[in-house]
Design a binder for this molecule. Structure first.
Ligand SMILES: Cc1cc2nc3c(=O)[nH]c(=O)nc-3n(C[C@H](O)[C@H](O)[C@H](O)COP(=O)(O)OP(=O)(O)OC[C@H]3O[C@@H](n4cnc5c(N)ncnc54)[C@H](O)[C@@H]3O)c2cc1C
Length: 408
């Protein structure tokens, strides 16, 4: 029997971790990892934190050492765009016209920033933050300090970029259409805490306002809000969410709806094609519904899970979503899903004012999400509460003297 070829499209964290797992599980066939970027696979979280702050070198972000790919016989094709998946012939087509056959294919094409579609959005000085190259450009713009920076969107990326911009001593204004920062991710109760944090650090937070357009001659000079205000700007950072890169899957006739639809084994509607990471919209057996997750841990764990599934192992990808952020003196981890509508009550435990606390989102007295702020080594307990799904006594949950382990 001729050797099998497994092709992975997307050479970022999901793709690199999938390649690593294929080898760790003893796969001896050909592994081809294809990525559009010229940089070998790297992790993105430092791009809006240590790297943007100028505290971490770019090398720290790489997933593997440069020689890892050769040593593990992984064919890394960088600067290479896959333009089509030819399912009938079991081949992918590259921009060069070259075709590579596959026995199993993993789509790990990730997501791309949503673009602002308003007048002036193509002006110089309007930044997005996804790649190392984006981060390097933004760092160059922020590092001198003394600039007027406007951040569009108070989501995770926008807030981290705002914190980095302040650290470089720039004036920062955030424009956000919702009533609090992070409103869609954590609701208003915890969103307020992030609003206070940023205000305390001198950020001018304009809520319930959208970006209506930009002024400038070549270079951006002001942002116009939906309320009609003009905010002077030398630098704009747009962090208004991402869209999954589903074009390949769609063109190939795979089922797509807010991401590539996959089952709990991360298999698409074609049994030889899998998808994981930001691009995948899997059925999560734990939650009993589909959930597309745009977080680091989902790339870290989803890539390996897809690899095992490609090898024919039984896989039920049922991780509790996990996320972390660092902004100023606040470091936090969050597990679960806490969008408005997912919960009916928030319970705090610890000292919110001192930024040393936990927050739990409850639905009918069951924990659906938990966050720990400057409190560490509790993720296992938080995830156990979510996973077990039993009713908890909110008063005991709020009491730091009651060990979390006693609640699940
Ligand atoms: C600035 C920043 C900060 C973040 N911080 C955090 C954080 O603190 N915590 C957290 O949990 N998450 C964070 N995230 C999210 C996390 O980085 C993503 O969830 C993760 O990168 C997803 O990995 P992925 O491999 O699935 O996709 P991606 O990282 O998007 O990689 C997909 C790759 O596929 C390539 N590609 C796409 N189409 C093709 C094609 N047709 N041919 C070839 N290559 C293709 C792309 O160029 C890209 O390199 C952050 C993201 C960013 C951008």
């Amino acid at each position: 029997m001729s050797e099998e070829t497994f092709v992975i499209v997307g050479a970022s964290l999901t793709g690199a971790k999938a390649a690593e797992t294929l080898r760790a599980e003893g796969f001896r066939g050909r592994v081809v990892l294809i990525g559009e970027e010229i940089e070998r696979p790297y992790e993105r979280p430092p791009l809006s934190k240590g790297f943007l702050l100028g505290k971490e070198p770019r090398e720290k972000a790489h997933v593997h050492e440069a020689d890892w790919y050769d040593k593990n016989d992984v064919e890394l094709r960088l600067g290479t765009v896959v333009t089509a998946v030819e399912r009938d012939g079991h081949r992918v087509r590259l921009a060069s016209g070259e075709r590579i056959g596959y026995d199993r294919l993993l789509l790990a094409t990730g997501a791309s920033p949503r673009r602002l579609e308003v007048p002036g959005s193509k002006l110089q000085g309007v930044h997005y933050l996804r790649s190392l190259a984006d981060a390097a450009r933004l760092r160059e713009a922020l590092a001198p300090g003394g600039r007027r920076v406007v951040v569009a969107g108070a989501g995770w990326i926008g807030l981290e970029a705002a914190a980095a911009a302040r650290a470089h001593r720039n004036d920062v204004t955030i424009i956000e259409p919702e009533p609090t920062p992070l409103y869609c991710a954590v609701g208003g109760e915890v969103g307020e805490i992030f609003a206070s944090l940023h205000r305390r650090h001198g950020v001018d937070l304009r809520l319930d306002q959208d970006v209506a357009g930009f002024w400038g001659a070549g270079q951006v000079s002001a942002v116009v809000t939906s309320g009609g205000a003009e905010v002077p700007a030398d630098v704009v950072v747009a962090g208004i969410g991402v869209r999954p890169n589903t074009a390949l899957a769609e063109d190939a006739g795979l089922e797509v709806s807010d991401g590539v639809l996959v089952d709990a084994a991360l298999r698409t509607s074609d049994p030889d094609i899998f998808a994981a990471g930001d691009v995948a919209n899997p059925f999560n057996p734990l939650l009993g519904r589909r959930l597309r997750v745009e977080h680091w841990a989902n790339a870290l764990n989803g890539g390996p899970a897809a690899a095992r599934s490609m090898l024919g192992q039984e896989v039920a990808y049922d991780r509790v979503p996990y996320f972390f952020t660092d902004q100023y003196e606040l470091g936090m981890e969050m597990s679960g899903v806490a969008a408005p509508g997912d919960y009916d009550r928030v319970v705090f435990r610890g000292d919110v004012a001192a930024l040393e606390f936990m927050a739990f989102w409850l639905s009918e007295e069951r924990v659906v999400a938990g966050m720990n702020v400057n409190v560490w080594d509790v993720t296992e307990d938080v995830q156990a509460l979510i996973r077990l799904g039993g009713r908890v006594d909110p008063d005991r949950l709020a009491d730091p003297k009651v060990p979390l382990g006693d609640l699940h």
